[in-house]
Design a protein around this ligand. Structure first.
Ligand SMILES: Nc1ncnc2c1ncn2[C@@H]1O[C@H](COP(=O)(O)OP(=O)(O)OP(=O)(O)O)[C@@H](O)[C@H]1O
Ligand SMILES: Nc1ccn([C@H]2C[C@H](O)[C@@H](COP(=O)(O)O)O2)c(=O)n1
Length: 483
């Protein structure tokens, strides 16, 4: 996903010296023997395993390794969740406002004018402890390395799909058929050649990008088969890299003898699922699992703010100030890299959590991150989570979910995750929530057209299930509109 990259600078310049940094917590990536293997990365986090009881997770930084360990066979199963008390989706899907153009800011994103991003801006104190975090606008527009790589992967996949589609006779494509697809009155002459997909309703095309990196997809595409992908027909995988405004290709037939006119072709248009909500509502674990299940790419925007926060803390310790614009943030699978060093665990430290909600209130920090998040998600299928995805980053998202849970439940989840006391977690999350909800720049709020999903008392799997069902519903509605 995201990375900040510096504008070109002269070697040995004062700016370069100024930005030289000391990283206390992080290690060079190449020095990390404990780098998780791709198999581990492919496994969705199971929140139940993070509630394994006292001492299961001693420290915030250990939680991901412990999660991975807990994912291994033979580990303790999940405690039973209380039964569902109410249908959190009672309101169902609301009418979507499709009149808004992509990327339009409908929230309160306060992107300062250019003249506020110069030296004056650099002297402004950070919202939190008076530590300056330089405005991102005082350098050339930031770029995200991983974003470029990922977009390239997306484009490559799209090219492969295009190559396949290129062989399709125009008249078949116009009728929503794969080349040589059988008409109900005729049999296939070369069906074997077309049975390249298993008869599973739907599956992602090869590795599934996640959190910016490639992940293995579920073995059979998971149960989150998009609407319209009926048995015996294999839908074209989500058109990764496709322009969101471009209609996706028609489905390909998977089985000999399946009548193609019995049902109108299902079309899988590129889709963005926006998941917003307060601290500990389950956004990242749920978003990751939904993305993996559907073969979408997962974007953890909170990690980007956390990287900025970590950089600010490090700068404080090293008694220098880095320009946020020269920070380099990368995602490799589930790993987060800051200036090429792994910070996956470091950015989860309580101190960084607190600081991240402070730097996130800086409009200039937001401006650069939001811009990047928009660019990243403009092509392909995404599950993006944060605080302002549905309101500011992508108000045009096809599906918006606002995840909530009671303060007490969220604190309990966090306590199980970190091993810290419930009261401490409760106080911390309330403090962060308050700051996130009351800041001037893009405060946390539910988009009007978001589906609110109260996860109090819901098991993680139920939440994932609900969102996958909503995705299917949205796709069904989109297909109905088209046909
Ligand atoms: N439905 C659920 N039931 C129980 N635990 C859950 C559920 N969803 C998530 N969790 C657990 O709650 C904890 C917090 O979840 P997560 O980190 O995904 O929240 P978040 O909304 O992303 O929080 P933050 O905004 O602070 O990053 C994790 O340990 C996660 O495994
Ligand atoms: N889109 C986003 C994502 C995150 N933030 C802020 C708010 C949080 O306090 C902080 C860390 O996020 P988390 O990893 O806990 O989801 O970053 C935001 O303002 N906008």
């Amino acid at each position: 996903m995201a990375g900040f990259e510096s504008a070109p600078r002269a070697p040995g310049s004062a700016a370069r010296r100024r930005f030289r940094r000391v990283r206390a917590r992080s290690h060079r990536v190449a020095d990390r023997p404990d780098r998780p293997d791709p198999e581990d990365q492919a496994q969705p986090l199971d929140p139940r395993d993070e509630r394994l009881g006292p001492g299961a997770v001693a420290d915030d930084r250990d939680r991901r390794q412990q999660q991975r360990a807990a994912d291994r066979p033979g580990d303790r199963g999940a405690p039973e969740r209380p039964p569902l008390v109410a249908d959190p989706l009672g309101a169902g899907l609301r009418d979507r406002d499709r009149s808004r153009p992509a990327g339009e800011v409908v929230g309160e994103a306060d992107v300062g004018p250019a003249d506020e991003t110069g030296p004056e801006r650099q002297r402004e104190p950070d919202v939190g402890r008076g530590q300056p975090v330089r405005g991102l606008g005082d350098r050339a527009p930031v770029q995200v390395d991983h974003g470029r790589r990922q977009q390239q992967q997306v484009a490559d996949r799209q090219q492969q799909q295009d190559d396949r589609a290129g062989a399709w006779p125009a008249e078949d494509v116009a009728q929503g058929q794969a080349p040589g697809e059988q008409h109900p009155e005729g049999d296939l002459a070369d069906g074997d050649q077309r049975d390249e997909h298993p008869p599973t309703a739907w599956r992602p095309s090869g590795p599934v990008p996640s959190a910016g990196g490639l992940k293995r997809g579920p073995p059979n595409g998971g149960a989150g088969a998009p609407a319209g992908a009926t048995e015996g027909r294999t839908a074209a995988p989500p058109a990764r890299g496709a322009d969101r405004s471009r209609p996706a290709r028609p489905i390909r037939r998977a089985r000999r003898g399946t009548p193609s006119r019995a049902a109108p072709p299902s079309i899988l248009a590129p889709m963005l699922v926006a998941i917003d909500g307060p601290v500990g509502a389950g956004k990242s674990t749920v978003a990751r699992a939904v993305a993996q299940r559907l073969g979408f790419t997962y974007l953890d925007t909170g990690a980007m703010y956390r990287c900025v926060a970590l950089a600010a803390i490090e700068d404080e310790a090293a008694d220098h100030v880095r320009d946020v614009a020269v920070l380099h943030i990368d995602f490799e699978g589930d790993r987060v890299l800051l200036d090429h060093s792994e910070v996956t665990e470091a950015i989860r430290a309580p101190e960084v959590s607190r600081r991240s909600s402070q730097v996130a209130a800086d409009p200039h920090v937001r401006e650069a991150l939001v811009d990047r998040q928009r660019k990243l998600t403009e092509r392909g299928d995404w599950v993006a989570e944060g605080r302002d995805i549905g309101t500011v980053v992508r108000p045009d998202a096809e599906l918006k979910v606002f995840l909530t849970a009671s303060d007490e439940e969220r604190a309990a989840r966090r306590a199980a995750q970190t091993g810290r006391g419930l009261e401490q977690e409760l106080a911390d999350l309330r403090e962060r929530d308050l700051r996130d909800r009351t800041r001037e720049a893009s405060p946390l709020r539910r988009a009007e057209d978001a589906v609110e999903l109260d996860t109090t008392g819901l098991a993680f799997e139920q939440v994932v299930e609900r969102i996958a069902a909503l995705v299917a519903e949205v796709r069904q509605a989109a297909n109905r509109e088209r046909t």
